[in-house]
Design a protein around this ligand. Structure first.
Ligand code: GTP
Ligand code: MG
Length: 204
């Protein structure tokens, strides 16, 4: 599936602009700068498909990408959704509130959402803003994978420790999938497991 066609569908600044709910969706959530857009690009092997930046707050809308559509306008096998980051303190307060609202409402209410990916920076582990999202998903009964990102940035011993801590905390959340994914977009690590998890989600 991931070797086939991938294309940008549309950006939705708020929920009025969502595409018709005709294909299964998997959404990338997580703090600003955690690596959501980079992971989407690496996963689909499309450099620059989703816009990335060193500056937190790059992605400002819900961006939909069609994976495996045979033809222009055809129904894709999968839609990936790149979302704005949460917990970005430097953005104006009303903007942060708006993003939070859009992300939460989408995650809670989207009928075709098959799974969320909650990205966690390996260097920092789970933060309170992540816990808030996880609890919201628990309540909404939306299954999610925790995905450690930027694994290339820390030593193997530190990575082992944060992996253990994160997996242990995941077990205390009802909607968290037991399989923790460890990735590096930079070093192309963990992509086979992530692709398998996504295929699993859209086929079950
Ligand atoms: P927002 O859209 O602002 O919420 O950020 P984002 O979560 O989409 O992060 P983005 O993909 O834009 O990446 C943020 C920064 O982290 C960029 O400078 C990336 O190059 C860098 N980055 C992302 N993934 C990795 C990784 O696996 N390893 C390393 N070393 N850097 C990474
Ligand atoms: Mg982004």
């Amino acid at each position: 599936l991931f070797a086939g066609p991938v294309s940008f569908l549309k950006s939705a600044p708020d929920l009025r602009y969502l595409p018709d709910p005709v294909a299964p969706e998997v959404a990338f959530a997580g703090r600003s700068n955690v690596g959501k857009s980079s992971l989407l690009n690496r996963l689909t092997n499309r450099v620059g498909l989703a816009r990335t930046s060193n500056t937190p707050g790059r992605t400002q809308e819900l961006n939909f990408f069609d994976v495996g559509a045979d033809e222009e306008g055809g129904v894709p096998a999968l839609r990936l959704v790149d979302m704005p980051g949460y917990g970005f303190a430097k953005a104006p307060k009303d903007i942060v509130r708006k993003w939070r609202h859009v992300v939460n409402d989408y995650l809670r209410g989207r009928v075709v959402l098959r799974r969320a990916l909650v990205l966690i920076d390996s260097r920092h582990g789970i933060k309170d803003v992540d816990r808030e999202i996880m609890e919201m998903l628990d309540k909404a009964a939306v299954t999610y994978h925790l995905v450690l990102t930027k694994a290339d940035k820390i030593k193997a011993s530190e990575l082992a420790a944060v992996t253990e801590r994160t997996a242990a905390e995941a077990r205390t959340h009802v909607a968290a999938h037991p399989r923790l994914l460890v990735t590096s977009s930079e070093k192309d690590m963990g992509m086979a497991e992530l692709r398998a998890a996504i295929l699993d989600a859209i086929r079950s």
